[in-house]
Ligand binder design. Structure first.
Ligand code: NI
Length: 201
């Protein structure tokens, strides 16, 4: 819903960054060299502390050592989010035992409505392995920034109360070291996603 050009820009920037390997390089100080060098790593992701659907504190460090497939969206989303989460669930199922090596994570961009209790109910629709994460508005804003997520409240038409969210829609595959491996468009079919994930993990 609310698929605007604005919401697609972050995705196109990601494509450009990954393809060109030019944007958003992460700098590291190399021991002995005493200066920063460009490592070629696209700087997406980073440390965060959020709350899961059981109300427990979850940090990015809790997922170290595991591949993670991360999607940002909101539970009130009428179409794109549930479809994409279903594709994630299907792809991991199709991978069999290999799928168990990837933790599926949903991070809300609508923390005001997506409480842990709401997420608990929502995640259950996609399978027991899904981790749903929420947090304060500022905590979520920080994570959105780390992952270069675009999200904006949009008023619904005058007959309905409340709001929708315009948002970028990208699946991020993060490696066991917490760094990005690759990302996928929401439009990827489950078969293609399963095939590529198998090749990458
Ligand atoms: Ni959505």
């Amino acid at each position: 819903m609310f698929k605007t050009k604005e919401a697609l820009i972050p995705y196109m920037l990601l494509v450009a960054a990954m393809a060109a390997g030019l944007l958003w390089h992460e700098s590291e100080t190399v021991p002995g060299l005493g200066r920063s060098v460009t490592t070629g790593q696209v700087a997406i992701g980073g440390p965060y502390v959020l709350i899961d659907q059981d109300g427990r504190r979850k940090s990015s460090a809790d997922f170290r050592g595991k591949f993670q497939l991360i999607y940002f969206g909101y539970s009130f989303c009428p179409d794109v989010c549930p479809t994409t989460l279903s594709v994630m669930a299907d792809a991991l199922d199709k991978m069999g035992a290999q799928g168990a090596r990837i933790v599926p994570i949903f991070i809300t961009i609508d923390p005001e409505r997506d409480t842990p209790a709401i997420l608990k109910n929502y995640m259950a629709a996609f399978g027991p392995r899904f981790v749903g994460l929420t947090g304060s508005v500022s905590d979520i804003a920080k994570v959105e920034k780390l992952y270069r997520v675009y999200a904006k409240k949009m008023p619904l038409d005058e007959k309905k109360s409340g709001y929708g969210m315009d948002h970028s829609s990208v699946l991020y595959l993060m490696g066991p070291d917490g760094r990005i491996v690759t990302f996928y468009s929401e439009l990827i079919p489950a078969d293609a996603l399963a095939k590529d994930l198998k090749a990458k993990i």
